[in-house]
Design a protein around this ligand. Structure first.
Ligand code: ATP
Length: 237
């Protein structure tokens, strides 16, 4: 198992955002975590990355307990997140943002990896010298994903990559997510766009009010009347 989460709880003062959840992700899987606004999806990702402390529970990655490991050590081990809202550096150029993604690396393949990102995202090649703050929302999302890939992730955590994008761009971003997965990167995808997420992932978890309420193959979840009614905008079957 590449990622094993056991009994994870996240509290913000008196708010119990995540209430003791378990997640298992095998190497090479593309797994999604869906749920309504405020269900605790982002808090789960933030706790896995060490950006918020776990109130309880453990996160084990590649066989090691991550408790107490500094946040910046995680990308070094291949655990990389693309945060909700992208978190790019608006004053830096596209190329500088991508280079920042490789901060934890000291190998000699950074320049060729930069080229690989430009092959994956030709728009970014065209705009390599432009400051990131002037990019469109879709381009910023591509840049955020490209920057994460510069860290050579083994496990990529994506928080709402489709947020604020037009349907055409959403389809494009999901196509890119599939391509990244096909290259062997394990992915945990958090999405409010449940349909796209379940059509892209092989397995899924459903979160409600801080708890995991369903966990199954993505196609089973797509067919589940509870999911169809609550998340796919369909009436009860
Ligand atoms: P969204 O799609 O809106 O990000 P989510 O499923 O990712 O939803 P979280 O962002 O994890 O949910 O939020 C879970 C709960 O924790 C919500 O009630 C939210 O208001 C609360 N919360 C999140 N971050 C904080 C914070 N920094 N301080 C206080 N409460 C927070």
């Amino acid at each position: 198992m590449l990622l094993e989460v056991r009994g994870l709880a996240v509290h913000y003062g008196g708010i119990r955002a995540v209430k003791g959840i378990d997640l298992d992700i095998d190497a090479g899987e593309l797994v999604c975590l869906i749920g309504a606004n405020g269900a605790g999806k982002s808090s789960t990702l933030r706790a896995i990355c060490g950006l918020v402390p776990a109130h309880a529970g453990t996160v084990s990655y590649a066989g090691a307990d991550l408790g107490g490991l500094p946040v910046f050590e995680r990308p070094r081990r291949g655990l990389v997140m693309v945060p909700e809202g992208r978190g790019i550096f608006p004053q830096l150029t596209v190329e500088e943002n991508l280079a920042m993604g490789a901060f934890s690396r000291s190998d000699g393949k950074i320049a060729s990896d930069l080229d690989r990102q430009f092959d994956l995202f030709p728009r970014l090649r065209e705009r390599r010298g432009q400051t990131a703050g002037t990019l469109s929302g879709g381009e910023q999302q591509m840049l955020a994903i490209g920057r994460a890939l510069m860290a050579r992730p083994k496990l990529l955590l994506l928080d709402e990559p489709s947020m604020g994008l037009s349907p055409i761009l959403v389809a494009k971003i999901f196509g890119i997510i599939r391509e990244i997965a096909s290259q062997g990167v394990t992915i945990l995808l958090v999405e409010q766009n449940a349909r796209m997420a379940l059509e892209t992932a092989s397995r899924g978890y459903v979160m409600e009010s801080g708890a995991v309420t369903l966990a199954a193959e993505a196609r089973q979840l797509l067919a589940d009347p509870r999911v169809r009614e609550a998340y796919l905008g369909e009436g009860a079957a």
